[in-house]
Design a protein. Sequence first.
Length: 332
Amino acid sequence: MNAPEVILTGFADEGPVSKRAEEQLTMLRALGMSYYSIRFVDAGEGVKNVMKLSDAEIARLRELHEQFEVRVSSIGSPIGKIKLVDKEDGTHNIYEPFEEYLEKTVPRAIALAHAFETKLIRGFSFYPPKDADPFQFVEQAADYVGRIVEKCRAAGVYYGLEVEANLVGRNGTLLRAIYDKVNSDALYLIFDGANIVCQGYDTEETYHEYLAMKPHIGWMHIKDYQREPGEKWQGYVNEDQLHRMVPADQGDAGHERILRDFKGRLPALTAELQARGIPGVFLDLEPHVKGGGQFGGFSGPDGFGVALRALCRVLDYVGIGYHLTDYGEWRK
């Protein structure tokens, strides 16, 4: 009996310092990968977030994707990384009126998904005021997320809500509460172990947050985080100071246990995604092993390769299949 399989992808902008498209794609292919999540890229007019690419840059990237035989797994948009309330709270987070945001930013992400022939858009669950109880903002966040998801559903794409510190959906429990209120088949949840552990959760607590999300996870981001002995959550997480990101076989998220459990979900989830025109279940490398911040991270080509090999070791150990280009394919 064949092992359940995942598709390996990653935020290739974490590799080359320049973020030049050709260098990102060269790194991917050298590592044997055929998919990536597009986020920051220099496609000829300087480094830009994917949301700001010109028509000429999009056309150039499509040409490069064909040349390198690479496909886009998801649009790594920053949608939802804005304040819910127009209130000064000591953070650098910006506020935008939601009606304008909904009509300007969301259609742009959808257009990019169509241009790059992917059905997946990554997004977030909005920032409550810094010291507020996030549970008090679940209703508002769910309303906003639901309206985003409805636009995605009408356009034939799917919105993935990533768990991340400081947002309303900062853990699995809160993200699941948002999901339940939205209640749309065009919404998936995105698990990221490091994003939970870095808030002070231990391995057992992280597993329980994963379980809260599990029934509605569509894909995963893969990075891990090493807690210092006795480290406890201190409240607001300064993302620019996170410096203990590590590969998936070294941190405190417990990827072995999580992926061993997730293995049982893979056959049904793969069939569901493929019925929706999505190739399968993506595990999306976002290693941050040389540093991370609010809107991205850096690993270098070497660190990205280390993170990929670490993930493959974990997958091999728990019996989940994956595919990297082999010698026979390379010769064709």
